[in-house]
Design a protein around this ligand. Structure first.
Ligand SMILES: Cc1ncc(COP(=O)(O)O)c(C=O)c1O
Length: 376
């Protein structure tokens, strides 16, 4: 018997991504706060555009996403030759890793960085370098100290996932200035629409002022509410866009997805409604979690990262209790933070269900009153 085909060595080193549960087995209704999806869903105009585009579904869609690239160029007043569209920004992360790194190269990300980075690095056959974070924040000095001569790409999620913390523009400028020119700096700004901090900049300026070695990644999955349609985009020097166009799948973004994203981009009122919803409900959620003794990171995105007062053991118990009661959140252990839970500022009924379930947990299970004990 032969051994049969084997994938290359990098594949066996992949720690698979664990997606948030949408439907808990054996539970009538699942309240999902596990995947940082929009709290109010997509623009009705975007949904209508996707449905209308279905009438052309027997045809291959506009292959280079020209219409969507032009719409992005108009919306942000940039050159369409500097825009690229992919099947979600995760698709673009994979393309960048495979195009700019290979066996023997290193790809760097930070300690609690988004898990797509190491997966894509391994698919490319590259090694991973992990720079420590400081207080759940990217530490530019640590990134520079972790760098090796073999490093080809640095991925920075800004804001980070699962921490939600952000890197000020001046720190990113310093990072770019101190990185060797041949290292590609990828600023993954998946949650940019939610951030209102004055010293935050999603990456436009760094792309414009750099030497063709910065990529800004964005997505329609979060604030635009189109996660299921898979549309992400990149802004970069036209030379980098050309490379991405060379390596992408020919028909990487479906017709209905392109149509929905274009309509979503034009519905500025819906985006405003989404960010206003997030501001109000994030504050509501934070107050409740802090009231229960949970410690929060300084998230500026559409989720919070809450550390459990009793540490990793309690965190696991809380996660189990939430699931038993129909609520899914994302445990931090897969990101090296076993004492915390990432909770999306999702639909209001799910947030209320989460808060009341946690209140019950802390009252009845973590700190039961003597009467409750006796009754048992
Ligand atoms: C930091 C970050 N980047 C990229 C993505 C991927 O988004 P997309 O749905 O566009 O692939 C996510 C999704 O969770 C994310 O958190």
């Amino acid at each position: 018997m032969t051994e049969g085909p084997r994938p290359h060595g990098g594949i066996s080193q992949i720690v698979s991504y664990v997606p948030g549960w949408s439907k808990l087995p054996g539970i009538d209704r699942t309240f999902k706060l596990a995947s940082n999806e929009s709290g109010i869903g997509a623009s009705p105009k975007a949904m209508a555009a996707a449905i209308a585009a279905m009438s052309h579904c027997s045809l291959y869609a506009d292959p280079p996403s020209k219409g969507l690239r032009d719409a992005l160029a108009r919306r942000f007043d940039v050159d369409p030759s500097q825009l690229f569209c992919g099947a979600g920004s995760e698709d673009i992360i994979r393309l960048l890793a495979c195009a700019y790194a290979t066996t023997g190269d290193d790809i760097l990300y930070t300690e609690h960085g988004f898990l797509a980075y190491p997966i894509s690095a391994r698919v490319a056959g590259a090694n991973t370098l992990v720079a420590p974070e400081k207080n759940l924040r990217v530490d530019v000095d640590a990134v520079l100290a972790t760098l090796t001569p073999e490093c080809k790409i640095v991925f920075i999620a800004n804001p980070g996932n699962p921490t939600g913390t952000y890197v000020p523009h001046t720190d990113l400028e310093r990072l770019r200035a101190e990185l060797p020119e041949h290292v590609l700096l990828v600023i993954d700004s998946a949650y940019a629409e939610y951030v209102s901090e004055k010293d935050y900049e999603p990456g436009w300026k760094l792309v414009d002022t750099s030497d063709d070695n910065v990529v800004m990644l964005r997505t329609f999955s979060k604030a635009y509410g189109l996660a299921g349609l898979r549309v992400g985009w990149a802004y970069a020097a036209s030379g980098i866009v050309k490379v991405l166009d060379t390596v992408r799948n020919q028909f990487n973004v479906t017709g209905p997805s392109q149509a929905a994203a274009t309509a979503a981009l034009e519905d500025r009122a819906h985006l405003e409604k989404t960010t206003a919803y997030n501001r109000a409900n994030k504050q509501w959620l934070e107050e409740r979690l802090e009231g229960l003794g949970m410690e929060l990171s300084d998230s500026v995105a559409n989720f919070v990262f809450a550390r459990c007062p009793g540490g990793a053991g309690e965190c696991e118990a809380i996660n189990r209790y939430l699931r038993d009661n129909g609520v899914t959140v994302k445990p931090g252990d897969i990101s090296g933070l076993p004492d915390g839970l990432r909770i999306t500022v999702g639909p209001r009924d799910a947030l209320e269900r989460l808060a009341s379930t946690l209140e019950r947990y802390f009252a009845d299970i973590a700190h039961p009153s003597p009467e409750t004990h006796d009754a048992k």
